[in-house]
Design a protein around this ligand. Structure first.
Ligand SMILES: [Zn+2]
Length: 686
């Protein structure tokens, strides 16, 4: 993948220098309220341009596996999640993956007494299954209140709450509070569509966190969670801008708060709060999906052509277990293009893949080459401002580009181009490189940025536009290829509102500036936060650039312990293929998964050794990992009952080499030279 990592290095290096901002609380303008309504309507396609009318109507179909939204005045239900709605349509309780996640109702606090005596009623305005819209009106001691909420089939809710003061009133504090059941809020993932934001276990961080505005916060456990998002901090009135977002732990409650006002101020015009909530997982994650998808990254046109010995490389890939291949950006000439001058080669490659039962995905980026013919006349209108440039050393005249904004005309160009691409070629899906990210933007020519009273333009994160674009792409691709794969590379930014219509994500590139010499480690709580998709609702894969910082087998030891595969390249396929074969031989897709964090039934005294298990038919397949780069010998104690092992003497064998392994009683001896894994099958032997 030549210089691919430069994209994010260059792009995000620039991002890291930016100030971070945002939600939308608007203290003066009702105009913004109207603009927000337009945004919501546009999300539903109600205000869509006439040229998109047909597509927008089709977009109302609910995409599998999502189901039609159920809406009553007090209830919102989407796949696997149900929300009881209270005052202002704010959630009183949310159930996700079988458990309640709120310790108390979500509320807006306006101190000292702005929202005392709140009373009102709500109704469902419309529901087409794809999305429902609610309205709520009421009054409190200080405000007339109007709340509009949309809830979509993937569980995403967007709120617009207008607080109109009955007369000028003095507030000391205004904030949104989300009180969480602490046990379901042990992992904190934060994102501003850059690298380096906090993503790790909350208790391990000390239970408290505070930061300036950023557009995405998720708190969850290993199976579920709840995300909050917003597009800007417009209207925030803070003396301490670095305290806009906070998480505190008080016993069994983890309280997430968005503070919009932190000092005494007179409110004499409407306040508009705009934000999103999304309970997760958005959809179920299964090993069966992954086993069917098995992705190899970075093939080229020559894999379909016989080599000097008459071998077609795709044959070896198929035999190694590959089910999907990804062609990176050079499937076409100019970076980010959705047509290719290599028509003959692409058709030949598609045919060769399909003859072997392999799916082909091609690359979509987050920009279009400055020199691409289609970019002519659009650069300034489509680009994120300030620019996020990428200046590669390899073929810069074809590949140099500036990141584009999903809120610009680039979205229509991309969706229409993908529609045409899938009309002409039998592709099997797309690989998105940064396409799902709502890059920070101040480009007022396409509606981004907001201007303060002093005339300064501030940043917005076009979350809704990125989400809408991804939904349109997903609908377009699925119309042509219902069983296609949409795979997103989004390192560091696991933002479900923009990812929920994809199938899988590939994460880990953000560590590539660490070196092998550092002996870099990802704490297990951090891995569980972001690198496994069970609680979020997408299948996860781990990205490993060899020795930056992990050796490939080190990455396997870390990731696969969590059931997370490490995506191979042609040169690393031989390290992954034997694992696939062992998993298939055992039949993990119909086995019970018992990861180490739930007590798998296989435990070592050594803290650096962990084991997860698949259990089936009286036997267990153990993924045993040693997570330190030192040699160790240890004993793994096997709990026969937990592992569901049948009667007879315990017997163990290496599931890859079939070599018998020493077992004494219920103890298995293991030995590692460094950060390594062992795949062990255990059964009872009469
Ligand atoms: Zn923009």
């Amino acid at each position: 993948m030549p210089s691919h990592y430069d994209h994010y290095c260059t792009g995000r290096g620039g991002l890291r220098q930016e100030l971070v901002f945002m939600i939308r609380l608007k203290i003066h303008a009702v105009a913004l309220c109207f603009q927000g309504v337009l945004t919501v309507l546009a999300m539903w396609g109600i205000l869509a341009a006439p040229t998109r009318a047909a597509e927008e109507i089709r977009a109302h179909a609910v995409p599998a596996p999502y189901v039609a939204v159920k809406a009553t005045p007090t209830q919102f239900e989407s796949l696997g999640r149900e929300t009881r709605l209270g005052g202002m349509l704010l959630p009183e309780q949310i159930g996700a993956a079988g458990r309640p996640v709120l310790a108390a109702p979500v509320r807006i606090v306006a101190e000292p007494a702005g929202l005392d005596g709140l009373d009102g009623s709500g109704r469902v305005v419309e529901n087409d299954g794809n999305a429902a819209r609610w309205e709520w009106t009421g009054e409190s001691s200080g405000f007339r209140v109007r709340s509009v909420m949309t809830g979509e089939c993937d569980g995403f809710c967007w709120y617009e709450i207008t607080l109109t003061p009955r007369q000028p009133l003095t507030l000391k504090s205004l904030r949104l509070e989300i009180p969480r059941v602490a046990d379901t809020a042990r992992y904190l993932h934060t994102s501003s569509f850059t690298w380096g934001r906090l993503s790790q276990g909350l208790p391990e961080y000390g239970g408290r966190w505070v930061d300036a505005f950023m557009p995405y916060i998720w708190l969850g456990d290993e199976e579920r969670g709840l995300a909050w998002c917003a597009e800007s901090d417009e209207g925030f009135r803070l003396t301490e801008a670095t305290h806009a977002l906070s998480v505190t732990t008080e016993g069994d409650v983890v309280r997430f708060a968005v503070t919009l006002l932190d000092h005494e101020a007179t409110v004499d015009s409407a306040i508009v709060l705009q934000f999103g909530l999304q309970a997760t997982p958005v959809k179920p994650v299964s090993f069966a999906w992954r086993a069917k998808a098995r992705i190899l990254h970075n093939i080229r046109y020559d894999v379909a052509v016989p080599d000097a010995n008459g071998h077609v490389p795709l044959d070896a890939m198929r035999d190694a277990g590959v089910r999907t291949v990804v062609f990176h950006d050079e499937w076409t000439d100019y970076f980010g293009r959705v047509t290719t001058p290599h028509d003959k080669e692409l058709r030949q490659l598609i045919r060769a893949c399909h003859e072997r039962g392999i799916k082909l995905l091609v690359y979509m980026g987050y920009g279009l080459a400055r020199n691409a013919p289609e970019m002519k006349g659009h650069h300034d209108a489509w680009s994120t401002m300030p620019l996020i440039p990428w200046n590669p050393t390899y073929r810069p005249e074809f590949r140099g580009f500036d990141a584009t904004c999903a809120r610009s005309g680039w979205s229509d160009w991309l969706v229409n181009g993908i529609d045409k691409l899938f009309s002409e070629y039998e592709l099997d899906g797309l690989y998105f490189d940064g396409t799902t990210e709502a890059w920070r933007c101040q480009n007022t020519s396409h509606g981004c940025g907001w201007t303060d009273d002093d005339g300064n333009v501030h940043t917005t994160y076009p979350v809704l536009a990125a989400r809408r674009m991804m939904r349109r792409i997903a609908d377009t691709v699925h119309r042509h290829r219902p069983d296609s794969i949409l795979d997103a590379h989004m390192s560091g930014n696991l933002t479900m509102p923009t990812l929920s219509f994809c199938d899988s994500y590939w994460d880990g590139e953000q560590f590539e500036y660490h070196t092998k010499a550092e002996k870099f480690e990802i704490p297990l709580h951090a891995f569980r936060t972001e690198f496994m998709g069970y609680a979020h609702g997408l299948d996860a894969e781990f990205l490993c650039y060899v020795d930056r910082p992990f050796a490939f087998n080190e990455a396997i030891a870390l990731a696969w312990l969590h059931g997370v595969e490490v995506r191979p390249y042609p040169e690393t396929l031989e390290l992954v293929s034997p694992i696939w074969k062992a998993l298939d031989a055992f039949g993990i897709t119909t086995a019970q998964w018992q990861p180490y964090w739930k007590g798998s039934g296989a435990e070592a005294r050594a803290e650096s050794i962990k084991a997860s298990a698949w259990v089936k038919d009286g036997k267990a397949l153990l993924f045993v990992s040693h997570l330190k780069r030192t040699p160790v010998e240890a004993v793994l104690h096997l709990d026969r009952a937990k592992l569901g092992i049948g009667p007879g003497t315990l017997a163990a064998r290496d599931a890859i080499t079939a070599v018998a392994l020493p077992v004494t009683g219920d103890d298995l001896a293991v030995k590692f030279d460094g950060m390594e894994y062992q795949l062990v099958e255990v059964r009872g032997q009469e």
